[in-house]
Design a protein around this ligand. Structure first.
Ligand code: ADP
Length: 633
């Protein structure tokens, strides 16, 4: 029983393949986590790093409270089950299960008890004296599971354990593995390329692609709130329909126009509050995603609303309980091949449909998904990054949504009309604007508040659920952007500073006491060189650098020190900087400084001028290898 923590985990194979990039996840005790994605996406590599079968290039892996990066697999308290069972063919089932326990020199009667118990749990008691070759694939996989569970591991790792089995047996073994998980009350991490397996088994699923985590969420949330087109298309069968189109806002409505088709539907703008206005210009292309079950040919639905489009049927697949109707929203299209006008409809009605029919199809637009054409990220993210608002600056006051707020001097600008990008996390709860709370939705560690200010929508995030009727809000001005005439008139203050840095060793002479006498002794210290200064590195940090770069390359590799604005202090000595100006945001003050050619920002309440020295808080800094873009610390 253990938590597993992965922080900035990377894997770069010696041939340069970057198999895993910046994998971050906190796996809770007793969770059933599934890594899923197409072949080559890095899921096995991640699992093998957790098992200790593959070195970790950079990052920190913890099982329970222990950092296990350099721990031998056998000491990690994990057990692993592979696709090919990896049983010893010359041993009986009993011996196979007992093997690991015998190696660990457990008493014979204890081994016997564990083997019998495991066999019982897995229903293979009657096969204990058989050899693996006399057993079916499913039975062999049970033996492999038995061998893993007798070790009573803290974490069970399973790498595509069912992919050698036929479909029926796979379904059965899926249920058995779930039962086993419930019985053992142990953390399971399971790798599969099969999204159905992932959806039916995981308490949470990690979807991966090309070595990058795409989304980590519960099966339900992945299905309902895919973060991008890849996740949307990967989860769910048949696949989500993707059309290309544009969105045009007129008054309180938005027209969704489908490319290469006459189809056009109108939705209330309230459905698209979270979308960036630029998407609603009638020109910017988006992907329109709709699951087959959210399209229906039922006449009563088709009559009820304006979300109806015409579809020409090409063919269908009868599945018994439902029919998949394939068609095209381009009435000249053919609906057979995958295209941006092909539609699949999951129909559960009785109506007979023939090839060539033109149907009225109702779309459930409450469940529509929209994705950026270039980045493929959701246009309607669960937590929007910004509120995009029209604004006006006049006489040092910022006006938006009918409200007015004093602009601090540091962000003051000439009178203008423009656009305000107000991040959801820039809304504070201690200002003097009164907003109404419409809803509070808990999403992971934060709460998304839908507010109205003077009747207009505003999104904010808060660690606490605020469910009162009205709330006082303010603005964290250091996070806002104001755009006018295509120019950024106010830019947010960067919250992360970067310094060029190198890892160095320094020979020193240190005074030590030997037999009561003070003597000078040679020593070597490791540290970071930033702007000509040496900052000694803790042993832990040095180890991380050596582990990620190797002893030879540690001193010649270009590094970047990342340091938050709150993690830099003014000091007697340190990195030389010259103050460019003081930034007074009202409740907080900062200094903008030049360090060589770099500009850095630091939290400082004093109004300093001229030359100063900066001291990074090395407990909090990050270190990035510049060439491979790997976060080492
Ligand atoms: P998955 O389990 O998702 O199919 P893997 O983790 O096995 O993917 O592989 C991820 C990437 O790393 C792939 O591009 C694969 O070719 C590469 N890879 C895997 N093992 C090695 C290796 N030993 N040496 C070099 N590249 C490897």
């Amino acid at each position: 029983m253990a938590n597993v923590s992965l922080k900035h985990i990377y894997k770069v194979y010696p041939n340069g393949t970057k198999a895993v990039n910046d994998f971050n996840m906190e796996i809770q005790d007793k969770e059933f986590i599934v890594f899923v994605g197409p072949s080559g996406c890095g899921k096995s590599t991640t699992l093998r790093m957790i098992a200790g079968l593959e070195d970790i290039s950079a990052g920190e892996l913890k099982i329970g409270d222990l950092i296990v990066n350099d721990m031998e697999p056998k000491d990690r308290d994990i057990a692993m089950v592979f696709q090919n069972y990896a049983l010893y063919p010359h041993m009986t089932v009993y011996e196979n299960i007992a093997f690991g326990l015998r190696l660990r020199k457990l008493p014979k009667d204890e081994i016997h008890q564990k083997v019998v118990e495991a066999a019982e749990i897995l229903g293979i008691t009657e096969y204990l004296n058989k050899k693996p070759k006399e057993m079916s694939g499913g039975q062999r996989q049970r033996v492999a599971l038995g061998r893993a569970i007798v070790r009573e591991p803290k974490v069970m790792l399973l790498d595509e354990p069912l992919s050698n089995l036929d479909a029926k047996l796979r379904t059965q073994m899926r249920a058995e593995i779930l039962k086993l998980h419930a019985k053992l009350q142990t953390t399971f991490i399971y790798v599969t390329h099969d999204q159905v397996e992932a959806m039916t088994m995981g308490t949470r699923i990690v979807v991966m692609k090309n070595g990058f985590v795409q989304q980590i969420d519960t099966p339900k949330n992945l299905y309902n709130y895919p973060a991008n087109k890849f996740v949307a298309g990967f989860i769910g069968t048949p696949q989500m329909n993707f059309f290309e189109g544009t969105l045009l806002k007129t008054g309180d409505n938005v027209a969704i126009r489908f490319e290469n088709s006459e189809a056009k539907i109108t939705v209330p703008y309230s459905m698209l509050y979270k979308a960036k206005p630029a998407y609603l210009d009638g020109k910017t292309k988006v992907y329109i995603g709709l699951r087959p079950e959210d399209a229906s040919i039922a006449e009563e639905n088709a009559k009820s609303g304006n979300a109806v489009i015409k579809v020409k049927v090409s063919h269908k697949e009868e599945l018994g309980s439902e029919t998949l109707i394939y068609g095209d929203i381009n009435l000249d299209g053919d609906g057979y091949g995958e295209s941006s006008t092909r539609i699949i409809i999951k129909d559960i009605g009785e109506r007979e449909v023939r090839s060539g029919d033109v149907l009225n199809v109702a779309l459930n637009l409450n469940r529509v998904h929209l994705f950026d054409k270039e980045t493929e990220a959701s246009v309607l993210p669960r937590i929007p990054e910004y509120n995009y608002l029209d604004c006006e600056v006049s006489g040092g006051k910022l006006k938006f949504l009918g409200a007015e707020i004093d602009l601090p001097e540091v962000v003051s600008c000439a009178d203008l009309k423009g656009e305000l990008l107000l991040p959801t996390d820039a809304i504070t709860f201690n200002g003097n604007l009164k907003a109404e709370v419409v809803s509070c939705e808990n999403i992971g560690d934060v709460n998304l508040l839908a507010l109205t200010l003077n009747g207009k929508r505003l999104y904010a995030v808060s660690p606490d659920c605020i469910d009162g009727k009205t709330v006082n809000i303010g603005v964290d001005f250091k996070k806002i952007t104001v755009i006018s005439g295509g120019e950024k008139v106010v830019s947010p203050m960067p919250e992360l500073n970067e310094f060029i840095c190198k890892f160095v060793k320094k020979k020193t002479k240190e005074e030590v006491e030997i037999n009561g006498k003070t003597q000078k002794k040679k020593a070597i210290r490791f540290g970071f060189e930033v702007g000509g200064n040496f900052f000694e590195a803790s042993e832990e940090k040095s180890q991380k650098i050596f582990a990620a770069l190797g002893i030879k390359k540690a001193f010649s590799t270009g590094l970047k020190l990342e340091c938050g604005v709150y993690d830099l202090a003014v000091s007697e000595s340190g990195i030389a900087a010259s103050v460019i100006k003081a930034l007074d945001y009202g409740n907080e003050k900062f200094l903008k400084c030049a360090v060589g050619e770099n500009t850095v920002y630091i939290k400082c309440d004093e109004d300093l001028k001229g030359e100063i020295y900066l001291l990074p808080d090395f407990e909090k800094v990050g270190v990035v290898e510049t060439q491979r873009e790997i976060k080492i610390i």
